[in-house]
Ligand binder design. Sequence first.
Ligand code: CP
Length: 306
Amino acid sequence: MRHLLSPLDFSVEELDTLLNLASDIEANPEKYAHACEGKKLATLFYEPSTRTRLSHEAAMLNLGGSVMGFASEDSSSASKGESVADTIRVISCYADICAMRHPKEGAPMVACMHSSIPVINAGDGGHQHPTQTLTDLMTIRSLKGRLDHMTIGLCGDLKFGRTVHSLIHALVRYPGIRFVLISPEELRLPDYIRHDVLDMNDIPYKEVVRLEDALPELDILYMTRVQKERFFNEEDYVRMKDFYILDKEKMAMAPEEMYVLHPLPRVNEIAVEVDDDPRAAYFRQVQYGVYVRMALILTLLDIHVD
Ligand code: CP
């Protein structure tokens, strides 16, 4: 039985296979419409979500399966003190696969240790968000035709942004990847990723504070919101929250082929006026998220469609 806790749980070859499957699903959705008939997905969300929970559910429904779950800790017996270990033992009796989001880093790992069904990490604290990474990889590959030889700008909350952490882990395995890390001093990428992932793999990167200084050299700009829920005090959040605002004026400094991605939700970091720019790819990214999660569910359930 396989789980997905980190993007590194799949080799580059396995990722290629999964992304190819997602592209085939995009091209031939009817072929997969009954692939998961009789199967059930449980979504166990201890933290708020719109995209990740509903895209997993849409993915399972598109495959002909069924869904169940809870959308907050308050509406589950976790509010009465039930542990993740006990909850997953129970869910294993009800469902064939589950997706779990939890505010504590490592909670999906604990779930795996007690689960008899595949567990998908749907985001654990400030740690990892591997299904967002699969979405991001499919988006980049679809837009640019490749995942190698690119300069990727990561902008915003690089300290707490788990989507950024997962994406870096995944992309360093492709040749010719270079990063520009764009953040205020207080929200720099944590040392354990800068040193242990970038430096250890000899990945070229530079750190800048001003978005304007990075824009002209980027193939992809990955914007992120400041993660309000991970700040210890409101004052620091308010000081940081509008540090970056990508608007039309800044987009004019970017190359014609530079696509803008964002895991969403957006707060103020991308002005609404940018949405009409053909390089704004964040809503297309949402659609890719459904195809890639369909491919993931099929892969983890070991279901093959001829
Ligand atoms: N991208 C993402 O994780 O969005 P949600 O928090 O809405 O799931």
